[in-house]
Design a protein around this ligand. Structure first.
Ligand SMILES: CC(C)(COP(=O)(O)OP(=O)(O)OC[C@H]1O[C@@H](n2cnc3c(N)ncnc32)[C@H](O)[C@@H]1OP(=O)(O)O)[C@@H](O)C(=O)NCCC(=O)NCCS
Length: 119
């Protein structure tokens, strides 16, 4: 299930975010976490089964639109449909919104053919 990020999850969140191609630099990663902690428009959620194994970060834009900025799953748990479940849960949570994606996330969404409710 999706749970909202809180500070106690900082290390696991940074570990998961570091798998994103644009979050390899530690300074960049720390700024990213800070953005999610301080900016109300930025929301971070963790995917928890027994452990936390995935993460999704979104930015709430104008006009009921959401940009998915981060989506990542622990390598030991990939190809089990977890990222797909994370995206489907976010769509349910923000069901009146349209979705936009960064280029790398768009490629995943298109590959899995799950991009309903998008612009
Ligand atoms: C991308 C990612 C989140 C997918 O997580 P996952 O839980 O394994 O995804 P699912 O099990 O729901 O889907 C797996 C499918 O996505 C495909 N896929 C994985 N990464 C992809 C990408 N960057 N672009 C397109 N397709 C991708 C897999 O090949 C697989 O396809 P198949 O079912 O046809 O074999 C995971 O690989 C990851 O964390 N990557 C590093 C972070 C990253 O690059 N994020 C940006 C892209 S979302």
């Amino acid at each position: 299930m999706l749970i909202r990020y809180k500070k106690t999850y900082e290390k696991i969140a940074m570990g998961l975010l570091s798998f994103m191609p644009n979050e390899k630099d530690v300074k960049k990663l720390m700024n990213t976490i800070k953005d999610y902690e301080t900016n109300d428009q930025y929301q971070l959620f963790l995917w928890k089964q027994d452990d936390v194994v995935g993460i999704i970060g979104i930015e709430i834009l104008a006009n009921n639109s959401i940009l998915i900025k981060h989506l990542s799953v622990n390598p030991s748990f990939r190809n089990q449909g977890i990222a797909t479940s994370i995206y489907e849960e976010i769509q349910k949570m923000y069901k009146n919104y349209t979705f936009q994606f960064t280029d790398e996330i768009k490629s995943f969404i298109e590959h899995c053919n799950i991009g309903i409710n998008t612009l």
